[in-house]
Design a protein around this ligand. Sequence first.
Ligand code: CA
Length: 244
Amino acid sequence: MLGVVPLAWAGGIGLLPMASVLMVEDDHQIRDLAVRALSSAGHVVRSEAMAMPGLQSVIDNTPDLVVLDLGLPDVDGEDLLRMIRAVSEVPIIVATARDDEADVVRLLNAGADEYVIKPYSGAELEARVRALLRRIEIGGQARILEVGGLRIDLRSRIVELDDAEIACNRKEFDLLAYLAGNPGIVIERAELYAQVWREPYGGADKTIDVHLSWLRRKLGETAAEPRYLHTVRGVGVKLVDPTR
Ligand code: CA
């Protein structure tokens, strides 16, 4: 289970989840680097160099999160990803040298929650782990997100604004919940695509804008006079507490 320690971050008091992490990676240099980075961030890290012991460790040790190298000597990493998914809902970050969009989409569809492109730094991996744990924390424990007069119940998927329920479709809800889970932080469009639509961002697509405009209408605001939803031109979107 996730332990949580309070920590100041992003200008406010937030929660930094700590977790038991399983690292499956056959390259001992990468493995050592990753284990060091994650351990020094407070995580408890186990590691395996091969796929089958990795799968066994998922079953035996029920880690909170798995970092999975896709280039393993005994079993193809993508096959292992599917094998883990057959027995566990554990969040998985895949480490891949392949970074074209079709591959990334396929990996997300195969059950990866997040990916990191090799070569990566210890700090980058640690940031990915932290972001994913925060997402889990949002989905798993803090079932209600409250920002100003906005209240989002993640379990019943009910959104209320100033105590009045707002009907949202699935993607509107997911988008709003993701932004509300990171209040005050500008989220880049590529991240929204990856997290809400599970697709890489092409750049010209209007999907996010369309959903934002629907949400704004429901929240009683406009892009010109935003309250909760603020577009930061050329960067992304943030959700803020307008009462602060
Ligand atoms: Ca490898």
